[in-house]
Design a binder for this molecule. Structure first.
Ligand SMILES: Nc1ncnc2c1ncn2[C@@H]1O[C@H](COP(=O)(O)OP(=O)(O)OP(=O)(O)O)[C@@H](O)[C@H]1O
Ligand SMILES: [Mg+2]
Length: 395
């Protein structure tokens, strides 16, 4: 057992190669984007098979592989057989229980022996195919950068530990935060009837939006993208006031050793249209799109675009925002999965599909959910939008 040496300034040039270029410019996506599905997808309505076939045929793409995680997500409290006992001992920490299992690893609650502080310990199985057992330099550099992300709205990475008897295992120790936004929103429902769901109180939505934007803006300043923003990755303090972003940079970190993950359970619902259309270069705007989806979900209580597959996801967006054309998104026709034969839907008003009665909220959502990533509002600009800066109670 040994600590990973952490020096964020070891090689700025190589750091630059890993992270996106200065000023929010694009960076290359390494390797192919892997298909991802959410376990809740089965409950949702789908797209006609003919559309899916058409999409694949027209693009010459292989049929979409709907691989599902055989590691089912285990939410808080349903830990199953004691998985803690199967884990190696970690120097300085005791693990108490399993609190979650997502695409990038397993999360345990634990205690730091020296201080008695409760922590969350996340196992990142990045090196299961790495027979030498060493941690790739690029991973160390990326984690070093994550350790520098010190902001009240970003969950703190406290420690990084490699278990020597399990070469593939890397453990990230985070500050523990009581809830995540998904379970928090569920806990606010008066009824279990899905048709009775409602959103969060207006001022809570505004406060959470401001905190999400602050945290994401900060990480974008450090040139770190999230790429998997969703309610499960937004942690809420025990009193329901503070929000902290979890898993910043982890999508990128886990993507480094290409091909390791054959079973993925990442949701599509918050994915930006440029990613769904196969963009090989993308920017911080992908996170902004996800924030828009989360914003709408906090307002209404329902996921905005609950797609069941890549093409269903895309068409759910098209049906509401209109099928994109080069008039509103000049680069769209050059994207690898764009198809001139896509069904044509006319754009609808935001208020037709999100029940929002605040003109500022409607305007901000409209600016966040712009198709063209270059025209999508930035986090910094969104923080200056009247919806965020207007005093409580005003619209
Ligand atoms: N720092 C933390 N403090 C408390 N709970 C946490 C912390 N980090 C994660 N969790 C909990 O563990 C759950 C699972 O985390 P994990 O990130 O592995 O999965 P996920 O967020 O559901 O999916 P993904 O892997 O795609 O991010 C989270 O949804 C959250 O409830
Ligand atoms: Mg997560």
């Amino acid at each position: 057992m040994h600590r990973i040496p952490v020096d964020p300034h070891d090689d700025p040039a190589e750091n630059e190669a890993i992270l996106w270029a200065a000023g929010g410019a694009d960076f290359e996506v390494p390797g192919e984007e892997r298909h991802i599905v959410h376990e809740d997808d089965e409950q949702m309505g789908g797209v006609a098979p003919s559309n899916q076939q058409n999409f694949n045929r027209q693009n010459g793409a292989p049929p979409q592989d709907q691989r599902r995680g055989n590691q089912q997500r285990q939410g808080r409290g349903d830990g199953g057989e004691n998985p803690v006992e199967q884990e190696p001992i970690l120097d300085g920490y005791d693990r108490t229980d399993l609190i979650g299992q997502g695409a990038y690893g397993v999360v345990f609650r634990g205690v730091r022996r020296a201080s008695g502080e409760t922590v969350a310990i996340k196992r990142i199985p990045f090196g299961e195919n790495n027979m030498e057992g060493g941690v790739p330099c690029a991973v160390i550099r990326e984690i070093s950068l994550l350790r520098e992300l010190n902001h009240p709205n970003v969950v703190r990475l406290l420690d990084v530990i490699q278990a020597q008897d399990q070469p593939g295992g890397l453990y990230l120790v985070f500050e523990y935060v009581a809830h995540d936004l998904k379970t928090y929103m569920d806990s606010q429902q008066a009824s279990e009837d899905p048709s009775q769901r409602h959103g969060l109180p207006k001022e809570t939505v505004r406060s959470f939006m401001r905190q999400i934007l602050e945290g994401v803006c900060f990480c974008h300043m450090y040139r770190v993208l999230h790429r998997d923003l969703k309610p499960h990755n937004l942690l809420i303090s025990h009193d329901g006031t503070q929000l902290k972003l979890a898993d910043f940079g982890l999508a990128r970190l886990s993507a480094l050793p290409a091909g390791l993950y054959t079973h993925e359970v990442v949701t599509l619902w918050y994915r930006a249209p440029e990613l769904l259309l196969g963009a090989q270069r993308y920017s911080s705007a992908v996170d902004v799109w996800s924030i828009g989806c989360i914003f709408a979900e906090m307002i209404s209580g329902y996921a905005l675009f609950p797609g069941r597959s890549d093409i269903d996801q895309l068409f759910k967006i098209f049906q509401r925002r209109g099928t994109p054309t080069s008039d509103i998104w000049p680069a769209v026709e050059n994207l690898p999965l764009y198809n001139r034969e896509f069904p044509q839907w006319q754009p609808r008003l935001i208020t037709d599909f999100v029940r929002v009665d605040c003109q500022y909220a409607t305007d901000l959502l409209e600016k966040i959910l712009r198709y063209d990533p270059d025209q999508r509002i930035s986090c910094r600009a969104a923080l200056e939008h009247p919806y965020i800066i207007t005093a409580q109670g005003q619209q």
